[in-house]
Design a protein around this ligand. Sequence first.
Ligand code: XIL
Length: 305
Amino acid sequence: GLLDTKIKAKGKKYFGSAADPGTIGVAIDVTILTSDYGAYTPENSMKWDATEPSRGSFTFTNADALVAFAQAHGRLVRGHTLVWHNQLPAWVSSITSASDLTAVIQNHVTTLVTRFKGKIYAWDVVNEVLNEDGTLGSSVFSNLLGESFIDIAFKAARAADPAAKLYINDFNLDAPGAKTNGMVALVNRLKSRGVPIDGIGSQTHISLGHAGTIAANLQTLANTGLDVAITELDIASSTSTANEAQQSSDYETVAKACLAVSRCVGITTWGVSDKDSWLGAAKAPLLWDTNFVRKPAYTGVDAAF
Ligand code: XIL
């Protein structure tokens, strides 16, 4: 692929995109996913509500399709996500016993990671566990188990697929501050407890004009000794000419940030076309417009590579 080929020539592992049935079943998306992207993250298909909607009853139709698509094209998959307080079925949120929840986390993580063993480059084992002030966020997981739910999830994932890279993933890690400090401190605690963690994912959902601090902040995260990755990149903007130019410049800055940090393994954009972005087409956050025409944003990334 084009951008994927170029980022690999710079020593990175992949340029990836979110994908799911809504895109891998659409010819123009498939053309772009296979021309420019070397890794896919299921946008929703591996989340808890999609995979274990009722206790012990697993559904993998869409997740299987995404993994099969990646395998057919020889691409990587980032598994997303095993333990998250959103898109979480009510039966999990209503658990009241720590031992019961521990068994449920272990069974969920073990079942998903085992199903796709050998086919996942990296798993987002836990997602968005921090508050903006860097403290542990409230959820059924933290409320019953404190920070130990993270240990439980990572240990189960490592046992099920020792070759998969295991990540903690979060947003608003784009600039220095309490959340970045909290992430570094959390990762250091996990490492000191021997928790098997390999990487920090920075979602990188940003708006215009906020790309300049990303390189230094990725380096701060990488200084923990872990890999880092840009996992869900999009830049909220609009279709005005001035904003498209600023967005192109911001995309170039973000792409260069990963190149500048040796432990940054790759970049994933959160979709292909503005038409299908979770932020809505009016925010025009991606590299292709609603008609699947390359935007200045694409040129920005291309210029960085
Ligand atoms: C979003 C998906 O893009 C939407 O389709 C869904 O309705 C909600 O979730 N952080 C994450 C992603 O880690 O899983 C989220 O994806 C976007 C924010």
